[in-house]
Each structure stands twice: as C-alpha cells, then as structure tokens.
Design a protein around this ligand. Structure first.
Ligand SMILES: NC(=O)c1ccc[n+]([C@@H]2O[C@H](COP(=O)([O-])OP(=O)(O)OC[C@H]3O[C@@H](n4cnc5c(N)ncnc54)[C@H](OP(=O)(O)O)[C@@H]3O)[C@@H](O)[C@H]2O)c1
Length: 321
C-alpha cells in the first residue's frame, strides 16, 4: 500500500485524485487530507477514506506534509502551496505536484531541495506529465526541443477588438477542460501557458530557448519532445486530469497512456492578442511577484472590477513598479 497525503483534497484536482484512489483502494491508503475552508467536504472525505489526519489552511497543510509518507499530492491553489511543498521535500516525501504557482515562484529552490533530500518531483499538470513521460529512459542531454501544447482557451482565434467586451462567464467557459475558476481565467489569457513554460524550465532543467508552445485546440496531444537524433516522443490522451493523476500516483510502476489522434491540428500562438506568454517570460526571474500580480488581476476580473484585456495592463503595471 502506498501511503498518500492529499493537500487541497476539496478542490478540482484534489477531488479527481480521490476518484483515482477510490478505484484502486487496494493500492493506496490516504493518511492525511487538507482544505482551506470547506470543512464539510473535508470531513466527508475523511470519513469515506478512514483518514485520521486533517488540516485546514496553509500552516496546518505544512505540518501535515511533514509527516512521513510515500507520496504527497499538492493540489493546493496559489502560493499557499509553496511552504507545504517545501515541507514535504524536507521530510523526504516524494511530491506529486499540481500546484504550478510554487514552481513558478521558487522552482530553482524546490528542485535543488529535491536533489538534496533525494525525493522525486512528479508533475501532475497534463503537459508536464506528458513531457515527463516522453523523457523516461531518454538521455536528457539529448533534448533538442520541448513542445507544450495549449488549447488556446475559450477565445482562440479572436482579435483584440473582439476581446474588449468579453464577460467573466465567457472567460470561464473553457472548451475542453473543466477546472477551478482561477486556472480557467489563466487559460483564457494564456498566462497559464506562460507559467507552464517556467514550470517546464525548472522541472526539466531546460533553457527557455528550447521550450515552445503550439496551439492544439483538440487538447489530445499534451506534450512532445524532439531529440538531437531526430526522433520525437509524443504523449496523447483525452483531456481528463485523472490520466496524469493516475500516472503520478502509480509512478514509477504505472503504465503510460498514449492514444492515437486522428489528424491533430496545430497553430502558432497569437502573441499580439494574448500577451500571457510574453509577460511571463519577461518576468520569469521574478516568479513570486509575477504570480501575485496575476492573482490580483484575476481576482479583480472575477469580481467585475476590470475588463478582460486590463488583466494584462494590471500585471504589467504591478511588475514595472
Ligand atoms: N483544475 C485543473 O484541471 C488543473 C490542471 C492543472 C493544474 N492545476 C493546478 O492545480 C492546483 C489546484 O487547482 P484546482 O483547480 O484544483 O483549484 P481549486 O479547485 O480552487 O482547489 C484548491 C484547493 O486548495 C485549497 N486551498 C485554497 N487556498 C488554500 C490555502 N490558503 N491554504 C490551504 N489550502 C488552500 C482549497 O480548499 P477549499 O476547498 O477549502 O477552498 C482546495 O482544496 C493549481 O495550482 C492549478 O494551477 C489545476
């Protein structure tokens, strides 16, 4: 039995993690669960999975992540996931990480601590899981290019003028993924893809110039790696986070999923309309400030205080300070 702690178990990724565990209760035992404020769901999950240890908020999550186990799943949203991630690593616990904000903010520190404490960092983000799988058994020095795919979000193909009046509901209506609100807006602005480039840079120790993004609205191919010998590895599966979650929970024993895709379509990114990637790369060395500036702008957009395109303006204004 693999002993697992699930941080952020009441969220979108957390609940899908429990779905996977529910199906394989002979393989996994949950020893700790955490949430921020959703006590009712947390208590119900604890009853269902017979879990004694529960945590509310960041500091309790940090204490929970320090308990010895086989794997900590970090599905907390935002920078609140950073200190629990570090606590898990320092306690020698392997870490399956969905919380990309902590890698954007402190990727170099996380990866160096992981090396020091000899723990595995297994990505849950679908693109990074795909790249992680493409790199299995391959010489990382022979990587020529990492390609992250991007659905394009709900506004793919629109011009700046067409984006002026878009509503919160339209921005939340992602065409292929069902996700939490914050990451849905980040997907619409492509800030999410900018964060994912920074995440890939740290997770796979790859220079930015070797990481590219292709728009792939079908969301079936999640990542590709081109190698110096001319070969290319690709991973494709349906857009369902339970696929990369299951892979991370079972790693290194689980099977990889790689479905065939009929006529996959790819398009270049329209950086003029969607500034997310440009902004993220410009401020990649100030990851924590970047995440905070984006958080503030997204909150304001969700609250109806600013328009969609003003998300970019606000982030740039904050970071120029
Ligand atoms: N959703 C996806 O499909 C997806 C895909 C790839 C990557 N990710 C990444 O996965 C992470 C989680 O995303 P999500 O969509 O699952 O988010 P979500 O649905 O908003 O869930 C967030 C979880 O974190 C907990 N939480 C929030 N603030 C906290 C705090 N201050 N201290 C401790 N716990 C806190 C929440 O507890 P309460 O329920 O009590 O508020 C909830 O359990 C994010 O970093 C996101 O970028 C998500």
């Amino acid at each position: 039995m693999k002993r697992i702690i699930v941080l952020g178990s009441t969220g979108s990724i957390g609940r899908q993690t429990l779905d996977v565990i529910r199906k394989s209760s002979d393989k996994f035992q949950i020893i700790g669960l955490s949430a921020n404020s959703n006590r009712e769901l947390l208590a119900a999950q604890a009853r269902e999975f017979h879990v004694a240890h529960m945590a509310l908020g960041e500091s309790e999550a940090r204490a929970l992540a320090s308990q010895k186990c086989d794997l900590v799943v970090n599905a907390i949203t935002g920078l609140a996931g950073l200190s629990p991630a570090i606590a898990a690593i320092k306690s020698g616990n392997d870490l399956a990480i969905a919380n990309k904000e902590s890698i954007v903010a402190a990727g170099a520190r996380i990866m160096s601590l992981a090396r020091k404490h000899k723990v595995r960092i297994i990505p849950i983000d679908s693109e990074h899981s795909a790249i992680f799988q493409c790199l299995e058994g391959r010489n990382r020095k022979s990587v020529k290019k990492i390609i992250l795919t991007c659905s394009g979000g709900p506004f793919f193909g629109r011009t700046r003028v067409e984006l002026k009046g878009v509503t919160v509901a339209q921005a939340l209506a992602h065409p292929t993924w069902k996700m939490g609100k914050k990451i849905s807006i980040d997907s619409a602005t492509l800030m999410n893809k900018g964060f994912e480039i920074i995440e890939a840079h740290h997770l796979f120790n790859t220079p930015y110039k070797k990481i590219e993004v292709l728009i792939h609205p079908q969301s079936m191919v999640h990542g590709m790696v081109e190698f110096e010998d001319g070969s290319t590895e690709t991973r494709a599966y349906k857009p369902d986070m339970r696929v990369p979650i299951e892979y991370a929970l079972n790693y290194p024993d689980g099977a990889q999923v790689n479905e065939s895709v009929k006529t996959p379509k790819y398009y270049p990114v329209d950086h003029k309309t969607f500034e997310g990637i440009k902004i993220a790369l410009k401020y990649s060395s100030r990851g924590e400030e970047l995440v905070r500036a984006n958080d503030t702008a997204v909150e304001k957009f969700l609250a109806g205080e600013i328009k969609f395109l003003e998300i970019y303006d606000l982030i740039k204004k904050e970071l120029k300070k």
